[in-house]
Design a binder for this molecule. Structure first.
Ligand SMILES: NC(=O)CC[C@H](N)C(=O)O
Length: 196
């Protein structure tokens, strides 16, 4: 059975696990770096990227996360998780994990709209997807191999680059599991390729 982890240092972990289980895969709350070895894919949840980074360093996760990416295993970053994946961050000289060829700006929908919901069209996923944005980042620039999956008011809010998937919003907070299911398909494809 496919096993997908959710980095469980901080943020919306349980909701992602429920969504993965609804997609018929085994969901693992990842609290120790050794657990990554047994996984086929990993979700980096929303929460607060600075706090999450501090915990990644405290529990010595960074090299293991970069190694996971190097092995070609799929990673899905949502909201703060998108910030962790980005190679470039507006206003920062260094990225966090820094594996996806995108430039991301934090808290970029303005303080006056801390959170909102929008119906999005997401390529290959849904024509009307209920997206919950909470102090959300957005993708300012995307490299040539990045496929833009969705925009909201002209801003890129979901994208894929090969094994990496990222979105600005929280797909786990409603009972629409289609974006999680899309990621699960990426994980299944990557796993099949390992054995051919
Ligand atoms: N809901 C979220 O994950 C918000 C992300 C948060 N604004 C950050 O910069 O980390």
């Amino acid at each position: 059975m496919i096993k997908v982890g959710v980095l469980a240092l901080q943020g919306a972990v349980r909701e992602h696990m429920n969504s993965l289980e609804a997609c018929g895969v085994c969901a693992v709350a990842v609290k120790q770096k050794e657990q990554l070895q047994e996984l086929d894919g990993l979700i980096l949840p929303g929460g607060e990227s600075t706090a999450m980074r501090r915990l990644i360093d405290k529990y010595d996760f960074m090299d293991a996360l970069k190694g996971f990416a190097r092995e070609g295993k799929p990673m899905f970053g949502t909201c703060a998780g998108l910030i962790l994946l980005a190679k470039d961050l507006v206003g920062y000289s260094e990225p966090h994990i820094g594996v996806m060829d995108i430039k991301v700006e934090r808290n970029s929908f303005g303080r006056q709209v801390d959170s909102f919901e929008a119906d999005l069209t997401i390529k290959d996923v849904a024509v009307s997807f209920p997206a919950v944005f909470i102090r959300a980042p957005h993708i300012v620039e995307a490299g040539e191999n990045v496929e833009i999956l969705s925009k909201h008011n002209g801003r890129i809010v979901a994208a894929r680059e090969g094994q990496f998937l990222g979105c600005s919003f929280h797909p786990e907070l409603t009972d629409n599991h289609r974006l999680t299911a899309y990621f699960v398909e990426m994980v299944k494809e990557a796993k099949t390729k390992q054995f051919v």
